[in-house]
Ligand binder design. Structure first.
Ligand SMILES: C[S@@+](CC[C@H](N)C(=O)[O-])C[C@H]1O[C@@H](n2cnc3c(N)ncnc32)[C@H](O)[C@@H]1O
Length: 311
């Protein structure tokens, strides 16, 4: 099982092995996800209707509540998230950007200019990426995998709310065991960046810090399954390792997008603040764009969510 972020009564994260009881938001013993084609029944989540964190969850999670419609614009329809998903889901506009870029790059080269790609999302969580991929490519299909059955159940429910339940096939399983047996047009990689141990300010070593295993190995497994790969990476990922990913890919090249959020403040002093780097998106495809030499081509893209309101 993956490492979940859980907290003791004092709000201190505890590794899964040390906890006494399962997280109260989870249903008892979720085994196989159901095949039913309807949303999950109402439940008591982490937040009250007014956005207060229910005990025993960490009150600091409240910050995520304010971003709920940034994570899912249809949040109010009844989107389901567990604690880990609140902080690890790909925000909707970023997931939409990833899907659009993946389709733009991969579809024409597969002779599918109008879309119709088969895309694997091997670490699908509660469905942030898989849902946007399905929405952006109505004639395509998505295979969404997660090792946690409850995440798959939530992703299925959320996909239902977005009307794309039928275009996503959900599988509970270990991505590293399944990827070698799969073939697709593209793989969208959004593995966990270290669970409770993830430190936003420390250098990120792909070979050591990525869960569930070495980030280079995850990349190799994705490359064996599909010619196009999009890798969602922490902004502080070691650049020499990104160059190493490009060398490992048959194209020997990579488009590295720095997702930056600019200040939206009206205050001239704050407006001058340098843009904040949010994350890296590394796109690989079998054929580099014409005229682009092998290696890493770095570009800056504005966070699709727009400028920050707080400056
Ligand atoms: C960063 S989250 C993915 C979030 C997802 N992109 C979204 O938008 O909802 C990473 C997910 O990987 C899953 N995971 C961890 N190890 C796994 C493995 N070996 N195979 C499949 N899924 C795994 C976790 O359960 C978690 O849901």
């Amino acid at each position: 099982m993956p490492k979940h972020l859980r907290f003791d009564d004092d709000g201190v994260p505890v590794p899964a092995a040390e906890e006494d009881s399962p997280e109260p938001s989870e249903p008892p013993e979720p085994s196989e996800p159901s095949e039913r084609d309807e949303p999950l029944p109402p439940w008591k989540g982490i937040f009250t209707k007014r956005g207060k964190v229910r005990p025993p969850f960490n009150p600091s999670l409240e910050a995520f509540w304010f971003k709920r419609r940034e994570l899912f614009s249809k949040f109010d329809r009844g989107v389901r998230l567990d604690v880990e998903s609140w902080y690890s889901v790909t925000p909707e506009l970023l997931a939409a950007h990833m899907a659009a870029r993946l389709i733009r790059g991969a579809a024409p080269r597969r002779g599918k200019a109008g879309g119709g790609l088969l895309v694997i999302d091997p670490f699908c969580g509660c469905g942030g990426n898989a849902i946007q991929q399905a929405l952006h490519d109505p004639t395509g299909a998505v295979l969404a995998i997660d090792i946690d059955p409850w995440k798959v159940e939530m992703a299925r429910h959320n996909a239902y709310l977005y009307g794309v339940r039928d275009r996503i096939q959900f599988v509970v399983g270990d991505a590293m065991a399944l990827l070698p047996r799969l073939r697709a047009d593209a793989v969208l990689l959004s593995p966990p960046w270290g669970g409770v141990d993830y430190d936003e300010d420390a250098a990120f070593d792909l070979s050591r810090d990525m869960l569930p295993c070495c980030g280079l190995r995850i990349f190799d497994a994705a490359c064996a399954a599909a010619p196009a790969v999009c890798y969602f990476l922490p902004r502080q990922t070691d650049r020499t390792q990104i160059a190493e990913l490009a060398r490992r890919h048959p194209s020997e090249s990579c488009e590295l997008q720095h997702v930056v959020r600019r200040s939206g403040s009206a205050n001239p002093k704050l407006a001058k603040k340098p843009p904040k780097s949010k994350a890296l998106l590394a796109f690989f495809d079998r054929m580099p764009p014409l005229g682009v030499p092998p290696g890493v081509c770095e570009v800056e893209v504005d966070d699709p969510a727009g400028p920050s309101k707080d400056g």
